[in-house]
Design a protein around this ligand. Structure first.
Ligand code: HDE
Length: 761
């Protein structure tokens, strides 16, 4: 069908209707066996980075990619047509009665084009409107058959295609990426047993315990009802009013005020399934399970001042970062880990595992690594894929099941329901990005935008006229809900309420805060101070603090001091004597616990240049960075050509105006009397250097350029009197060695030891 298909690019499946190939027998669901070896000539970095199982699936080998080819449209070499396929002669002028006459109603070409345009927008997601997506695959390390019969975990090296969407929660579709917010981390697994969506966040707990409070929470955090402000921000009265009256949110507030809420990159944040789920094996035995995604690059964050500035200079900061990494073959990778525990274990915990405001400390139940996920292909079309992808917690497959978490129950209803409005009807599962690679056969029919052309006259079951098809799969193949009466008291009456342990709102908030490094704790205090300083109603501030005292008196005191307030009396607790926790400090909760692979791959370094710059030290650094997979960009007072001190021509592809300092992970100031003099005369230079310093970035200054540091009041010494490990000073003759020292310091990500509050620089 190849030639026919390419002759009919709009619907490449058309030839099948004429009986070519196996029109009536579409290929079975695509279970991609990992190839035993990579195609010859492959130089993909993916092949190099993985020390796990096969390193098998490579760019483009992905069972969701081929089915999508059916609908991909490439207009190269094609003539412009209407939606009816009629060739358009003139796309410049509407049809008029005479050159200066009125436009004619008859102009169906004009009307079709404008009508289509008028209806381009669909409702944005009510939460998580702002997001970015990518294709990839999940690869299992080993069979998990002991615990689950879920398809992705049945063999070592088993590859399952995925589509992932990362998002912020509160902002609208066009809002900034670097808002202080929770990040969505939603993964659609296109398994051979149907689609499984793991719709998680980058924080392992949530604000509320029961779905019935979700509309209230979202109404409180979204822009205020009367004037629709502020955009993509929680620092306003209604949010803090609500959470201060809902002490169960305290644990999540700690996470939200931590550096987790301003990730450096989607590629550098963890993901969590949040709820307790169930794994079910072939024998029908079930265990509890929590899902964890851990990034290979480590967990890293921005600092607040930086996040605020980035949101002005590049609101697409995270979207761009993800896109560029994948385009350049630096495929982002996460390890999936499971915390597996039994119902009996859970019953003994000091907290309730059905409560989504609680986590299971890793020290209590360790994380078992089970596979890895690699994102290796950008979408072809943002709307068709990233915007139309529809996740749902109720999309699960045999081998998985729900628990009685009341938040999860509400989600299982909400996600399908919301797509009906957002995607315009019940057939959104047929939109290509949502269609499973497993086959779909049932008797559901009709509705808006139906794509499938069902054959035959039978749409009911049981039937004899269609030989009983499609037939029930039965317990062996089909999805069976776990029969066990889960957790409920045999004789319980209908009730609106929560189990007792749900009422302990502070123990884990304390655990989180106590498990942070001093720098992280300082950032949490500063975040509370900032957010609360934005409130206009003092009573709300007071109420937040009175709740915070219960979690950490030290934190409450620090925040109160920052607001010029006294610490109020503690809020009465719902549970006066909570159980003693198993774990009092969990170092695993600090970002520091996951520094990553220690590489500087994809890090962006600014090399400031002007005429007369010392070329050798500049190129020594640039080459060293390139060799490590980092990007050294020449940034000038303007873009374009500059001349080095030895007369060579260099090109700056960024300027201090279009790429300010805070967009870079590090800074290099090459030597050169003339260039330093020129740079010193620009106001931007000082800001560029100050931002780099203030945000804890690594700075390398050669020879004469050290004067620029002095002018920007950058200190070589830390407040403690020790040398700042992030400031590298060198002679221009020492380029290579200096570059290596710079790279080592850059790999530490940041140098928070130099931070003071308020900043000294
Ligand atoms: Fe969501 N959530 N949510 N949520 N959520 C949506 O579904 C909802 C919750 C999460 O990239 C909506 O398709 C309820 C927790 C992500 O497309 C909606 C409750 C967690 C995404 C919805 C929660 C999440 C959503 C809006 C409380 C972390 C984006 C558009 C019971 C585990 C998925 C849509 C994407 C999106 C409802 C709580 C994560 C309205 C009712 C907890 C990552 O259905």
């Amino acid at each position: 069908t190849g030639d026919l298909a390419s002759a009919m690019p709009f619907n490449a499946n058309k030839p099948l209707e004429f009986g070519f190939d196996n029109a009536l027998n579409p290929q079975p669901g695509a279970a991609v066996d990992p190839p035993s070896q990579l195609p010859t000539g492959s130089t993909l970095s993916e092949e190099i980075t993985s020390d796990k199982v096969g390193g098998a699936a490579i760019q483009g080998l992905n069972a969701t990619i081929e089915p999508l080819d059916r609908v991909r449209v490439d207009s190269a070499g094609r003539v412009l047509t209407t939606n009816q396929g009629v060739k358009v002669a003139d796309n410049q002028h509407s049809l008029k009665a005479g050159l200066r006459g009125p436009v004619l109603m008859e102009d169906f070409i004009l009307r079709e084009k404008v009508t289509s345009f008028d209806h381009e927008r669909i409702p944005e997601r009510v939460v998580h409107a702002r997001g970015s997506g990518a294709h990839g695959f999940f690869e299992a390390y080993e069979p998990l058959t002991e615990f689950t019969k879920a398809a992705p975990f049945q063999q070592a090296g088993k590859v399952t295609p995925v589509f992932v969407r990362f998002s912020t929660v509160a902002g609208e579709r066009g809002s900034k990426d670097t808002a202080r917010d929770v990040r969505g981390f939603a993964v659609k697994f296109y398994t051979d047993e149907g689609n499984w969506d793991l719709v998680g966040n980058n924080m392992p707990v949530f604000f509320i315990q029961d779905a019935i409070k979700f509309p209230d929470l979202v109404h409180a955090v979204k822009p205020e009802q009367h004037h629709a402000m502020p955009q993509a921000a929680s620092a306003h009265d209604t949010f803090w009013d609500f959470v201060s009256l809902m002490p169960e949110s305290t644990h999540m507030l700690m996470w939200q005020m931590s550096d987790r809420a301003i990730p450096r990159s989607y590629r550098m944040m963890q993901g969590f399934g949040v709820h307790t789920f169930r794994l079910v094996n072939e024998q029908g035995d079930s265990v509890f399970c929590k899902f964890h995604w851990t990034p290979v690059l480590g967990t890293h964050s921005l600092v607040w001042d930086e996040a605020v500035k980035i949101s002005g200079a590049d609101p697409d900061f995270h979207r761009r970062d993800l896109w560029e990494a994948i385009e350049s073959g630096e495929f982002p990778e996460w390890e999936l880990g499971l915390q597996i525990f039994t119902e009996e274990q859970a019953a003994g915990f000091s907290f309730d595992v059905l409560d989504a405001t609680k986590l299971v400390p890793e020290e209590l139940v360790p994380i078992k690594p089970v596979g890895r996920m690699v994102l290796n292909r950008n979408p072809d079309n943002f709307f068709a894929e990233t915007e139309q992808v529809a996740f749902c917690t109720a999309h699960i497959i045999p081998g998985l099941d729900f628990t009685n978490d009341p938040l999860l129950a509400g989600r299982n209803h909400s996600y399908v329901d919301t797509q009906i409005t957002r995607l315009g009807g019940p057939n959104f599962h047929e939109i290509p990005i949502n269609a499973p690679v497993a086959q779909v056969h049932n008797n559901q029919r009709d509705g808006l935008h139906r794509q499938a052309v069902h054959r035959g006259r039978v749409a009911y079951e049981p039937n004899s006229l269609a030989g009983g098809c499609p037939f029930q799969a039965g317990a062996v193949q089909g999805f069976m809900s776990l029969a066990k009466r889960q957790d409920a008291d045999e004789r319980s009456d209908k009730v609106r309420g929560a189990p007792e342990k749900f009422a302990d709102h502070y123990t884990q908030a304390t655990l989180f805060f106590e498990s942070q490094t001093p720098v992280e704790q300082a950032h949490i205090a500063a975040a509370f101070r900032f957010e609360l300083s934005k409130l206009t109603v003092p009573a709300i501030r007071e109420r937040v603090l009175s709740s915070l005292v219960n979690a950490s008196p030290a934190l409450a005191a620090k925040v109160a001091a920052g607001l010029g307030m006294d610490v109020p009396a503690p809020m009465p607790r719902a549970l006066e004597a909570p159980q003693t926790p198993e774990v009092a400090v969990s170092p695993a909760l600090s970002l520091k616990a996951r520094p990553g692979d220690g590489s500087v791959r994809t890090r962006k370094v600014a090399i400031l240049v002007a005429n007369g710059v010392h070329g050798e030290s500049l190129s020594a650094v640039q080459e060293a960075l390139l060799a490590q997979g980092a990007v050294g960009r020449l940034v000038g007072p303007r873009i374009g050509a500059f001349t080095t001190s030895s007369g060579d021509a260099i090109q700056a592809d960024a300027s201090m105006e279009n790429e300010p300092g805070f967009l870079f992970d590090g800074l290099v100031l090459p030597d050169g009397e003339a260039s330093v003099e020129a740079l010193a005369s620009y106001g931007h230079t000082g800001e560029f250097i100050k931002d780099q310093y203030r945000h804890g970035k690594t700075i390398l200054a050669f020879g004469a350029s050290q004067a620029l540091l002095a002018e920007a009041k950058v200190q070589e010494l830390l407040p403690t009197g020790e040398r700042d490990p992030g400031i590298v000073l060198a002679d221009a003759s020492d380029g290579e060695q200096a570059a290596q020292r710079f790279i080592q310091a850059l790999a530490l990500h940041r140098h928070p030891e130099r931070e003071t509050d308020p900043p000294a620089v």
